[in-house]
Design a protein. Structure first.
Length: 626
């Protein structure tokens, strides 16, 4: 029993001791709580600033500099030598001081029993609390958007141009493209404002380089302005052309050279296309001088006369043919002018002799010498009665044909050379066969020249291409060996199939016309042989009444003639041997005899004398020039 009592006492003693310890602890904690009331626990800092044992007001004061720094530390973005600064306080970032102080004060005051350990540890373990930050990303985004809108720009190549209307030089600055990377910039800005201290970045942006340097544009613009300051004079011999600034402005262009951005060069140029457009016609009219082709000279009267009406042979006759050399011409050339004008305007020269293109003759002296005629290949003469109106028409046409040159392979055509033989060209009304009847038309009678030319070509041995005999036989022409004319259908054409040039010479007197062909012979002789007349056809008589004659009186308007067929064979004895033959068949229609009988009862003037029949009408109602 005594042992049990002893244990109880011991136990009671331990209980009293434990109670004492608890009491001491409670008194200690109570003292600690009392001492730390309204103060931050020891070993407490905020953003590295020691705020231990401070009251809320003291904490606020202690953090003031740090808060100010965080809210004003700049975030800068550098771009093209400029800095763009974002101030956190003005851009959606602030420090919530109240919340920060509350957080500091809340250490060890979150509730028992944890607060006991926190407060006890506070004496040995430091705690650094964060500032309570408030970040408005939308405000930062707006700031970045405003900056991007300011800096973003399209690429502009830039350069120099000329306002042709105002004669003014225009420049456009060159710039590269800029596209700010907005998302990346926002991310950088947000991270920077949340970090202590100032930050600096290169602005995230996609860029292209400036294509043309500002100095290059300025230098070129000055050059163009000098070029347009005064007129430019160009001349050749005694001819001068003044190019006014407006003309120069319309011709000047700017050419870019080089491909490396920033190193591209600008050059003043004058292009051939603009030269042609602005002064092409004027330059040609002012400066062009046509080249003079080589030409031949020979007597219009041949060294021999040939007028055979029936079978005959003609042999080439040697003849002297002079040669007048060709002369080079000149022409306004837009390409040459463009190059020269470019040089003059770049160098500031205001007057110069214009470079012109030399134009060679299409028939130079060397070629003319090679093809120079040596003989009269063929000549023929026909005759007419002096004093007739038709003679003037024949002679006018002969003068127009005289000197015609037919090169090897070319075709000669009377109609192409003379054109329409009209009264406006000096041709007079004379006899022409129209639908079987002789009437007066402008250019009548010229078919005699067609016959004369045809015979000269016939006996020259050249290729006969086109001719047509008169529908009536006219006795003054070689039978079956003649041709009529009527513009534009009835023509006399031949091709020069010789190895030399053919010079056509004509001559006329009061009673005759002659056509001669000078050239290089392809034949030693040309013969014509005629058949007898075959297939005769009698003419008919047509009687017409007229009040211009008294009854019983008559006059013949048109003599009648029978129709028939005849053939002519041409034999061309070729140089070097061989003979070409060709047979020509001609059918002449009867010429109706037309008589007028009087119906008047009173005296009438005497009838006019009969006119000689002349050239031809056409069976297809073509008018033949008489």
């Amino acid at each position: 029993m005594a042992r049990i009592t002893t244990v109880s006492r011991r136990t009671r003693g331990l209980g009293i001791a434990a109670g004492g310890v608890v009491l001491v602890l409670l008194l200690a904690l109570g003292t600690l709580w009392f001492v730390q009331r309204d103060a931050v626990l020891p070993n407490t800092s905020v953003a590295g600033v020691d705020v231990s044992r401070m009251s809320p007001a003291e904490v606020r004061d202690r953090l003031a500099d740090t808060v100010e720094a965080r809210e004003t530390d700049p975030v800068s973005f550098a771009f093209e030598g400029e800095e763009y600064v974002l101030v956190p306080r003005d851009s959606g970032f602030t420090i919530d001081v109240d919340a920060t102080v509350d957080a500091a004060m809340s250490r060890g005051r979150s509730g028992l029993p944890g607060d006991i350990l926190t407060r006890l540890r506070a004496f040995r373990q430091p705690a650094d609390l964060d500032l309570v930050e408030v970040t408005d990303r939308d405000v930062i985004t707006d700031w970045v958007d405003a900056l991007a809108n300011q800096l973003d720009r399209p690429e502009i190549r830039g350069g120099v141009a000329v306002d042709t209307g105002q004669v003014e030089v225009l420049t456009t600055s060159s710039q590269g493209e800029v596209v700010v990377d907005r998302a990346t910039t926002v991310q950088l800005a947000v991270s920077a404002v949340r970090a202590p201290g100032p930050d600096a970045f290169d602005l995230p942006a996609a860029t292209t380089p400036q294509m043309i340097a500002d100095e290059e544009i300025a230098t070129t613009a000055e050059q163009v302005e000098r070029a347009l300051a005064e007129p430019l004079l160009v001349h050749a011999d005694d001819t001068t052309l003044e190019l006014a600034p407006a003309d120069l402005a319309a011709m000047i262009g700017i050419e870019e050279r080089g491909e490396v951005p920033g190193a591209i060069e600008l050059h003043l140029v004058v292009t051939p296309e603009r030269v042609e457009q602005v002064i092409g016609e004027l330059g040609a009219a002012r400066f062009d001088i046509a080249p003079t082709p080589a030409s031949y000279s020979a007597s219009r009267t041949p060294p021999t006369t040939f007028d055979a009406q029936l079978d005959a042979t003609f042999r080439p006759v040697e003849a002297s043919v002079g040669l007048d050399p060709s002369r080079t011409g000149r022409a306004f050339d837009a390409e040459l002018a463009a190059v020269q004008l470019t040089e003059l305007l770049r160098e500031g020269i205001r007057e110069a002799r214009l470079r012109l293109a030399e134009v060679e003759s299409e028939f130079p002296t060397s070629r003319a010498e090679e093809l120079r005629p040596t003989h009269v290949l063929g000549t023929f003469t026909t005759y007419y009665q002096a004093g007739q109106t038709r003679n003037a028409n024949i002679q006018l046409l002969a003068d127009g044909i005289d000197g015609a040159l037919v090169l090897p392979g070319e075709q000669f055509s009377i109609n192409e050379i003379s054109g329409e033989r009209s009264c406006e060209k000096g041709y007079e009304p004379a006899g022409t066969i129209v639908r079987g009847e002789l009437v007066d038309t402008c250019g009548g009678g010229t078919s005699q020249f067609g016959t004369t030319t045809f015979n000269a070509a016939f006996f020259s041995g050249v290729q006969l291409d086109q001719w047509r005999a008169h529908s009536w036989y006219i006795s003054r022409y070689p039978i079956g060996r003649e041709a009529t004319l009527s513009y534009p259908v009835l023509d006399v054409r031949f091709t020069n199939n010789t190895e030399g040039a053919i010079l056509v010479k004509t001559a006329h007197t009061s009673t005759s016309v002659t056509v001669s062909l000078y050239g290089v012979p392809r034949a030693t002789a040309v013969s014509a042989s005629h058949s007898d007349r075959t297939r005769p056809r009698s003419f008919q008589t047509e009687v017409r009444n007229t009040s211009e004659l008294r009854r019983g009186q008559e006059r013949v308007l048109q003599s009648g003639a029978d129709g028939f067929t005849v053939t002519v064979t041409r034999a061309v004895e070729l140089v070097g041997g061989g003979t070409e033959t060709r047979t020509i068949t001609t059918t002449y229609v009867p010429q109706t005899r037309i008589i007028e009988r009087g119906t008047a009862t009173r005296a009438a003037p005497p009838p006019p004398p009969d006119e000689d029949d002349d050239e031809d009408d056409d069976e297809d109602d073509e008018d033949d020039e008489d």
